[in-house]
Design a protein around this ligand. Structure first.
Ligand code: SF4
Length: 455
């Protein structure tokens, strides 16, 4: 299904669309206030972008430096060229330790690699410990946002879900009660876990350590209570030096939720005594994206979610309408590189207003890349005949002023006098939910000439 068809499903529940829109806009406003409180915010963004550009140009060197330093710390480093290798590596580590119960903190990479179903098929229980992630896991749904995975669910939905899976009492969606019950449920899982899997926000080349940011402390809890820690990272998570964390940690939390700092920014450099730490470094299509000159800057992304919160399309179509691990504007420039045919509708799910690029903390030119993908897609993918015909006709009309004026006059006449059924038809997507504006007799040109004549 295309993005438009999935969005149409989401749009059936108007009340839900409205609160989804409002909830994300609230986060966007918090981000604005928080960013405006930092002197030199634009300078920080530029710095973040430049550091990432440097990383991408020297990725081979930084990755090897990171590996060497991590090994010096006693960490076991593994390389995976794709999702399958990533999953097999993790399974073999768990197998070696006879681990049957795993706790996992939020990691979009493991979502991308479909790690949970893979491990479950091997008889391993995987429990997502981020509250939002646990909610969508219980609902058997993918996350709909990279920072707020259950943003599409109301507290009443969560109440019902917990009653069904955790045996809680009906609370009318009382958040305090639900959080306390989730805490009890997860505490038990933490205590019984054989291994902990975490994502990685930043991998520091000059120390070989990784940094994981959470608001719930669930990554720390998992790692400290288990014998084995497996950290999974994409190759683009590298930053050259520890001092660069000062730039990225300030950008990340403010852009994601408007907080000055994430509640826990946990540094994992080596395993505690008697324990093991593994890092799995994953490519899974990233070097291919790096080789696409027009799209390589998409690898700057620090997964803050700000582009989703600001996007008028995302806010009113929901994350699941994108049908890709990373939804929203950034997902729409990452996904066509993975499967052009499957995701060819995503770069069109944008008004190209540029708001995503304006809020992006690492200055990715998101809307320009969306436009670039459109150009690639119309050349490489079959387009609907109606769309092709309309665009061809528009191209001819817009390039000939005489024809344009004539078309304008006829359109104004039609809009004024033609029967409503002729105007509000299938081709008029705008008119599905609203009336067209009142038609004036003159166009801009006529109005301008008249105005000039009258002085
Ligand atoms: S593209 Fe930019 S705004 Fe969007 S998630 Fe990535 S870093 Fe954040």
């Amino acid at each position: 299904m295309s993005h438009a068809s999935k969005a149409a499903e989401f749009n059936k529940d108007e009340a839900k669309v409205n609160w989804h829109d409002k909830a994300l806009w609230y986060v966007r406003e918090k981000r604005d206030k928080s960013a405006h409180n930092v002197q030199g915010w634009e300078y920080l963004r530029q710095l973040g972008s430049s550091i990432k550009a440097n990383v991408l140009s020297n990725l081979d060197e930084y990755l090897v430096q990171f590996e060497n330093n991590a090994k010096k710390n006693g960490v076991q480093v593994h390389w995976a060229s794709n999702a399958e290798e990533h999953n097999n590596i993790i399974n073999s580590i768990l197998d070696k330790h006879h681990a049957k119960k795993v706790v996992k903190s939020k990691s979009m990479l493991t979502e991308e690699c479909h790690l949970n179903p893979f491990l479950e098929s091997k008889g391993i229980e995987v429990v997502d410990t981020d509250l939002g992630e646990r909610i969508v896991q219980l609902a058997e749904e993918p996350p709909s946002h990279i920072v707020l995975p259950a943003i599409h669910k109301t507290k009443e939905d969560v109440d019902e879900l917990f009653q069904e899976h955790l045996g809680t009492k009906p609370s009318g969606g009382n958040p305090e009660y639900l959080v306390a019950e989730a805490r009890k449920h997860l505490r038990d899982k933490f205590l019984k876990a054989d291994a902990a899997i975490t994502g990685v926000n930043f991998a520091v080349a000059d120390t070989g350590g990784v940094v994981v940011c959470t608001n719930e402390g669930n990554a720390d809890m998992g790692v400290h209570l288990s014998k084995v820690h497996i950290a999974c990272m994409g190759i683009e998570k590298i930053i050259p030096k520890e001092k660069h964390l000062g730039v990225f940690l300030r950008l990340l939390a403010r852009s994601a939720t408007g907080q000055p700092i994430t509640t826990y920014s946990s540094h994992f450099n080596k395993a505690s005594e008697g324990k093991e730490m593994h890092i799995v470094i994953v490519d899974n299509g990233r070097t291919e994206q790096l080789s696409r000159e027009d799209f390589r800057a998409s690898l700057h992304c620090i997964r803050c979610g700000a582009c989703m919160n600001t996007c008028p399309i995302y806010r009113r179509s929901g994350g699941h309408s994108y049908d890709y691990t990373i939804p929203g504007p950034i997902g729409s420039i990452l996904s066509p590189g993975k499967d052009l045919k499957k995701h060819s509708s995503l770069p069109f799910a944008s008004t190209l207003c540029g708001s995503c690029s304006n809020v992006c903390p690492v200055k990715i030119n998101i809307h320009e890349q969306l436009y670039k993908w459109r150009q690639v897609i119309v050349k490489e993918e079959k387009q609907p005949v109606i769309k092709k015909t309309i665009l061809k006709t528009a191209g001819v009309v817009l390039s000939k002023p005489g024809l344009y004026n004539m078309a304008g006059k006829s359109a104004r006449f039609m809009l004024k006098y033609a029967p409503k059924a002729m105007i509000y038809n299938k081709l008029n997507a705008w008119g599905k939910a609203r009336d067209l504006p009142e038609v004036k007799n003159d166009n801009f040109d006529d109005w301008y000439k008249k105005r000039k004549k009258n002085g």
